[in-house]
Design a protein. Structure first.
Length: 175
């Protein structure tokens, strides 16, 4: 997916978020790193579409990972940033770039529960690559991609990568 394709999916997801919203109390929470950038793009698109400003925050799941011991002795821990009003009794849309096994989302749900009790949590992902190991399914999906063994999805965002795209990478290839 090139930049225009990604922007088109973001616009469609923003419309779906607005349509599913139950009114006041909508909050976007991006999963650190690229989910946060996608949440920001959704926020901008919703502002342009519906002329409403949705509070946005970010969530770092590092300490909630079930593979923390495997990522090394000094994991880089990011910051969880809540919207000014918090998440209690809010409709939270959890935003991530790619959903695969469901373990990242399980960790994000655990982290969120430490910060409050939302009225509802919906999951919005840019890419669903299948391969779930946990019973976690997104409510809103930008694109479903069948990924074969030896392949993975890489979401690129302008702030971190210098371009906006979604690439299907063959393990061992240089893209």
């Amino acid at each position: 997916m090139g930049q225009a394709d990604v922007r088109s999916e973001i616009a469609r997801l923003a419309r779906e978020i607005v349509e599913r919203s139950e009114g006041a109390g909508l909050v976007l929470m991006g999963v650190h790193r690229r989910g946060t950038d996608i949440a920001g793009m959704l926020q901008d698109e919703i502002r342009a579409l519906a002329d409403i400003s949705i509070p946005t925050g970010s969530i770092d799941i590092t300490l909630y990972r079930d593979d923390l011991g495997a990522i090394g002795p000094r994991p880089v821990i990011g910051e969880t940033v809540l919207p000014s009003g918090g998440i209690d009794d809010q409709e939270v849309v959890l935003v991530d770039d790619v959903i695969y096994t469901g373990r990242t989302i399980r960790a994000a749900l655990n982290e969120l529960s430490d910060w409050g009790r939302p009225r509802r949590i919906r999951l919005c992902v840019l890419v669903d690559r299948g391969g779930r190991e946990l019973p976690v399914q997104p409510d809103m999906i930008g694109k479903k991609v069948d990924v074969l063994e030896g392949q993975y999805i890489e979401v690129l965002v302008e702030d971190l990568d210098g371009r906006l795209a979604v690439d299907l990478i063959q393990v061992g290839s240089h893209s």
